[in-house]
Design a binder for this molecule. Structure first.
Ligand SMILES: Nc1nc2c(ncn2[C@@H]2O[C@H](COP(=O)(O)OP(=O)(O)OP(=O)(O)O)[C@@H](O)[C@H]2O)c(=O)[nH]1
Ligand SMILES: [Mg+2]
Length: 697
């Protein structure tokens, strides 16, 4: 099928026609080598002292009455100009960049290599990679969850680098940290090309006026198509209303994994320095004013066991000093005074204590008592808040409740509703997209989040801390717009071997997905859909199973749209335990033709626990704990064990997506168990029969 079906409205991307900037046109319009514009024509060129160009060399400080007292100054060379009547300082030796991309396109790998090659980090002896993905869950899942700040010194310039998460559920974090950057490195996989999250993060960066540098990564991969991807990125930017200047983006090609970046995909380099040179040349230096009173907006919150909460942000105006008394302007406009205790700038992988930080640089500080993301730290006498930061609306919620299963308290330390509630409340301080809503029962809280991954990271964190809890199935948030029921929709991309594409389309259609694009890419078929978020829940497992793990799937929220009608929920019923006890191999063996089991012999189970998937649609109560009386001939279950299919073990997210409306997932530090909300069969029967609901049993 060699045809591209694009069901979108006519594309605005008409290349080469009059009035529409083309890649070539945009290039021609601008000089090839552009120098940053400095405040006044007669001002000194702050870059001259850097002409030496040696790695790590710092230029001689330039004398300047007003600023020589600043001990921690990073940009020793500076230039003062006048902007809107305010004195501005161009920190010529400072750049602030964020690295943004779709999940897995190689951001953290690139930061690793930059740190190693600028000697900020020793090359890993034991082969340990992705040093920035330091959180336990980040390492296990192989993804970045929290954005991180590092800084390097390259040719006398300090470059603050923010590594961001690429998973759509953490997109809000990216938007916030973009406030700290002047330019972005947009990484795009040279095979996959722009994906839904590429579009989202790029759109944010462009609308915030950031200068993009495009990095076509993974050019070492077979079947990669760097030039085509480059064109696609240009088209995407054009469609996203990038300015002429943004459209004139420089591009680096390379392989973060192999540690090189070059201007040509066919001419591999030895290192990533070409890219760093591009950063210095193309990313504007911070141009904040050091005049006026202090303004620093908190964009990230970190936590340390020793010093407590740490506020991180960019000094947007003035200078912040250690020990200084400041006012914190909150989102609601209220003001709280507080002293700044310790002040840090980013240095390498860590932080360095300093006495003061000037406008333009990023810093971390302690001592402020109560603060949230988006608050502004300002002058104590003339507090002046900044525009609040937009926070992503939640798209999904789940019911969290205390563990009331028969195994309650056996495996966890924190089990009471007060403990669970306090922990969740603490989480909302840092986890911005998370909201809590009380329910009629004090033991149940509705937790709102950005998606299954977002909530599963929280649940996993709590479980590792020793909590026991139960969660209901994830539900998307439905809104009433103009009197009509609306639901969240997602853009979905599936790349799958061509022979499997028919099956994929069928599965997505069943879930009310509408195909927008279908085009061949190498041996794969590239499919794009619009699908209700409801339809995404549980889809990944199905897609991976149907494609024998070969499909690549990505999705992200696009808009609220009118309700698309019923989507069939889980098509298979549950195998539910009849009587608490120990699972017997003999019993499982006899029930094998009824479905697939999630438990194996010798596991303890309780009445009402879901231990398997029925082959039919209805639930089936099964006796897995009672076996045939042992005879002389059969003294153990060993024979049966040998014949048993291994149990199907699901991950936390798979469990969450598997849950039906009438089920809970019991989460403890040691186990994940599915169960019916109503444990006994009689209660379930009564509940399913409206006539019996109010009858006491
Ligand atoms: N072949 C190839 N693989 C790469 C390259 N760069 C990164 N990878 C691999 O891609 C995977 C994802 O890399 P990461 O650096 O974690 O990607 P990321 O963009 O930080 O991912 P998130 O933080 O989860 O969004 C890892 O297995 C890397 O080894 C590259 O240049 N070539
Ligand atoms: Mg990463």
């Amino acid at each position: 099928m060699n045809r591209k079906i694009d069901l979108n409205l006519p594309h605005p991307r008409v290349r080469g026609t009059e009035g529409s900037p083309t890649r070539r046109g945009a290039k021609a319009a601008a000089p090839t080598l552009r120098r940053p514009k400095y405040g006044t024509p007669e001002g000194p060129d702050p870059r001259d002292p850097l002409s030496d160009g040696s790695l790590g060399a710092r230029p001689k400080p330039q004398k300047n009455n007003h600023y020589t007292s600043l001990k921690n100054k990073i940009g020793d060379v500076e230039f003062k100009g006048y902007l809107c009547g305010l004195k501005t300082t161009v920190m010529a030796n400072l750049r602030n960049i964020a690295i943004i991309a779709h999940v897995d396109h190689g951001k953290t790998t690139l930061v690793d290599k930059i740190l190693q090659q600028t000697q900020t980090l020793e090359p890993s002896a034991g082969g340990e990679d992705l040093i920035l993905d330091s959180n336990e869950q980040e390492r296990e899942r192989g993804i970045t969850i929290f954005s991180k700040n590092v800084s390097i010194n390259y040719k006398g310039t300090k470059i603050n680098i923010i590594d961001t998460p690429g998973h759509a559920d953490f997109g809000g974090e990216v938007e916030r940290v973009l406030n700290m950057a002047d330019g972005v490195l947009l990484l795009v996989d040279a095979f996959e090309g722009p994906m839904p999250q590429t579009r989202y993060v790029l759109q944010k960066a462009l609308s915030m006026g950031k200068k993009p540098i495009v990095v076509i990564n993974k050019v070492d991969k077979d079947n990669c198509r760097p030039e085509e991807v480059h064109e696609e990125v240009f088209d995407l930017m054009f469609n996203l209303d990038a300015t002429e200047e943004q459209l004139d983006f420089p591009t680096a090609y390379g392989s973060a994994k192999n540690g090189w970046m070059s201007q040509d995909a066919n001419e591999p380099a030895e290192d990533v320095f070409t890219l760093l040179d591009m950063v210095i040349e193309h990313v504007p230096e911070p141009k904040e004013t050091t005049e006026g009173t202090l303004q620093l907006q908190i964009t990230t919150i970190d936590y340390s066991n020793y010093v407590g909460r740490i506020a991180i942000g960019r000094v947007n105006r003035g200078t912040i000093k250690k020990g200084m008394r400041v006012a914190v302007v909150k989102r609601d406009g209220s003001v709280k005074k507080s002293p700044v205790k310790d002040l840090y700038v980013f240095e390498g992988l860590g932080r360095k204590k300093v006495d003061e930080v000037e406008a333009g640089d990023l810093c971390a500080l302690t001592g402020i008592e109560t603060f949230d993301i988006g608050d502004t730290i300002t002058d104590a006498e003339f507090p002046e808040g900044m525009a609040t930061i937009a926070i992503d609306e939640p798209t999904m919620n789940m019911l969290f409740t205390i563990n009331d299963s028969p195994f309650f308290g056996k495996e966890g330390k924190f089990v009471t509703s007060r403990q669970v509630r306090e922990r969740l409340e603490k989480e909302t301080e840092r986890n911005l997209a998370l909201r809590l809503e009380d329910t009629e029962s004090p033991d149940q809280i509705l937790v709102y989040g950005r998606g299954v991954m977002h909530l599963s990271v929280l649940i996993e964190t709590m479980r590792r801390e020793g909590f026991e809890l139960q969660v209901g199935n994830p539900r998307v948030i439905v809104k009433e717009i103009d009197g009509k029921k609306h639901e969240p929709m997602e853009s979905l991309i599936i790349d799958v071997p061509e022979e499997k594409s028919g099956k994929m389309i069928e599965v997505v259609n069943q879930r009310k997905g509408e195909m927008k694009v279908m085009e061949p890419r190498g041996d794969m078929m590239h499919l794009e859909f619009e699908i209700p978020s409801r339809g995404i829940i549980g889809l990944r497992t199905q897609v991976l199973n149907l494609s024998a793990g070969q499909a690549i799937m990505a999705h992200r929220f696009s808009e609220f749209a009118p309700w698309k009608g019923d989507i069939p929920s889980r098509s298979k019923g549950a195998l539910v335990v009849h009587e608490s006890g120990t699972v017997l191999a003999y019993a499982l063996d006899k029930l094998q033709d009824r479905g697939t089991f999630f438990v194996g012999p010798q596991e303890e189970v309780y009445e009402g626990q879901v231990v398997g998937e029925h082959i039919r649609e209805n639930d089936l109560v099964v006796n897995v704990t009672k076996g045939k009386k042992l005879t002389n001939m059969r003294s153990s279950g060993a024979d049966d064990k040998a014949r048993l299919a291994p149990p199907r073990r699901m991950s936390l997210e798979e469990h969450m997506e598997y849950l039906n409306d009438d089920e809970y997932l019991e989460v403890t530090p040691e186990s994940l168990r599915l169960r019916k909300m109503l444990l006994t069969e009689s209660l379930r029967k009564k509940n399913s029969n409206p006539a019996l609901r109010n009858v006491k049993m």
